[in-house]
Structures are given as structure tokens and as C-alpha cells.
Design a protein around this ligand. Structure first.
Ligand code: DX5
Ligand code: ZN
Length: 228
């Protein structure tokens, strides 16, 4: 199984101090930085775009910090923004199938821009979206809340979906990460790991805690415990 990665979502960071906040979570052990892009159209919220991504990449480069940016695009239409996020320093770019007219083309576009491609499935979106594009994805991201807001509760039925996605990925023999996003806390991350996830997004659980390192360490202990 792939190395386990924890991806703090900056949606719950203090945006007035974004550079410092990201430096702090990376120093606390973050493996990826999850960057939530919302457009008030595909989802009912409005957040940040490529300008902020580019500024953050530049800030991190200046500080000598090399951490992959995991960009989660909740925007429709999505294609025009893919090259902009690639130029802004994204490592992973993940898209929702309902946000593009031509999923296969959009996934190819992400890779052609030099990024790793992610397919994001909402709680009610079936795993059959993977049937014909598994060769074009580097990451499957299962939403365990409906996208749009931080701080929602984990939808329990996602655990079975994670296990089913794990079986599909393993059967394919491909190198594809399985990420889960929404409502992940210290007290449920072990179950999520046990179901088969290898990459864990957590926003409020990390940024609302007083000690980022203690929270990330506690999450890692739970993940390690789940492997036993
Ligand atoms: C929700 C976003 C998530 C969100 C997670 O639409 O995609 O990444 O920031 O926040 P928590 O961990 O607080 O549920
Ligand atoms: Zn997200």
C-alpha cells in the first residue's frame, strides 16, 4: 500500500496569514497542501483562484519549502482553469465529472499540462465514473461530505465506497492514490484508513486545533493503528 499522506485543507486556515499558516502545517508534518477552489456556481461558495495559488507557490519557493499543492477544483466549466492552475504551481489537479462536458478530454488536459490528474466523486456520484478513465487518473478523491463548505460531518456510507474504490484500484494494478475529503477527524481517520484510503484531507480538524503537529501526529497514530 502507498505511503499515507495527510493533506490539510487551507479552506479552514486564516486567509489573512495564508503563507504563515501553510508554513506551519508543513512544519507540523503535512504531506500535501489541499487547495479548495469554489465558484458559487458548481458549489454554493466562493473561495480562491489561480492568483492565490501562484502567490502561495512563490511564497513557499522563497521559504525553501517543497510541498505538493493538491488543487481541488469545484468550478464549472473547468477546462479554462486547468492550465492556469498548472502555471500557478499545482501538482495535483482534481475535477468533478459533472463539471465538464468531456471528462476524458479534461483529464488528458491536466496531464498534458504536467500535473497529476484526480477524479472527484461526490457522495451520490457512482464509482462507475471510473470505468472508462482509470488509465487517465493518478488519484481518485471520494467526497465524504457534499462539496462547498468546511466543518461538515463525515457521511458514514463513504466507508463502503472507499472499500469498493480500493478494490477497483487494486484490481487495475495501477498506481492511483485514494483520497478522502470531508469531515475527517482524529476519531474517524482510523476507520477511513482501514477502509482503504491512503490520502486524507482535513480542514477544520487541523486548522481549528491549537497545535497542528499534535493533531497531525494523533492522526498518524490512528492511521498506523488501523494497519494492525
Ligand atoms: C469541502 C472541501 C473540503 C473541506 C474539508 O467542499 O472540499 O476540502 O475543506 O473541510 P473539513 O475537513 O472541515 O470537512
Ligand atoms: Zn477539498
Amino acid at each position: 500500500m502507498a505511503e499515507k499522506w495527510i493533506a490539510p485543507s487551507i479552506l479552514s486556515a486564516d486567509f489573512a496569514r495564508l503563507g504563515e499558516e501553510v508554513e506551519a502545517v508543513v512544519a507540523a508534518g503535512a504531506d500535501l497542501v489541499h487547495f479548495d477552489v469554489m465558484d458559487n456556481h458548481y458549489v454554493p461558495n466562493l473561495t480562491i483562484g489561480p492568483l492565490v495559488c501562484a502567490a502561495l507557490s512563490k511564497h513557499l519557493r522563497g521559504a525553501g519549502i517543497d510541498v505538493p499543492l493538491d488543487v481541488h477544483l469545484m468550478v464549472k466549466p473547468v477546462d479554462r482553469l486547468i492550465p492556469e492552475f498548472a502555471a500557478a504551481g499545482a501538482s495535483f489537479v482534481s475535477i468533478h465529472p459533472e463539471a465538464t462536458e468531456h471528462l476524458d478530454r479534461s483529464l488528458q488536459l491536466i496531464r498534458s499540462e504536467g500535473c497529476r490528474a484526480g477524479l472527484v466523486l461526490n457522495p451520490a456520484s457512482p464509482l462507475t465514473w471510473l470505468d472508462h478513465v482509470l488509465d487517465k487518473v493518478d488519484l481518485v478523491l471520494l467526497m465524504s461530505v457534499n462539496p462547498g463548505f468546511a466543518g461538515q460531518s463525515f457521511i458514514a456510507s463513504t466507508l463502503e465506497k472507499i472499500a469498493a474504490a480500493r478494490r477497483i484500484i487494486d484490481a487495475s494494478g495501477r498506481d492511483i492514490r485514494l483520497e478522502v475529503d470531508g469531515g475527517i477527524k482524529v476519531d474517524n481517520i482510523g476507520r477511513i484508513a482501514k477502509a482503504g484510503a491512503d490520502t486524507f484531507v482535513a480542514g477544520s480538524a487541523i486548522f481549528a486545533s491549537s497545535d497542528y503537529r499534535a493533531t497531525i501526529d494523533a492522526m498518524r497514530r490512528e492511521i498506523a493503528g488501523a494497519a494492525k
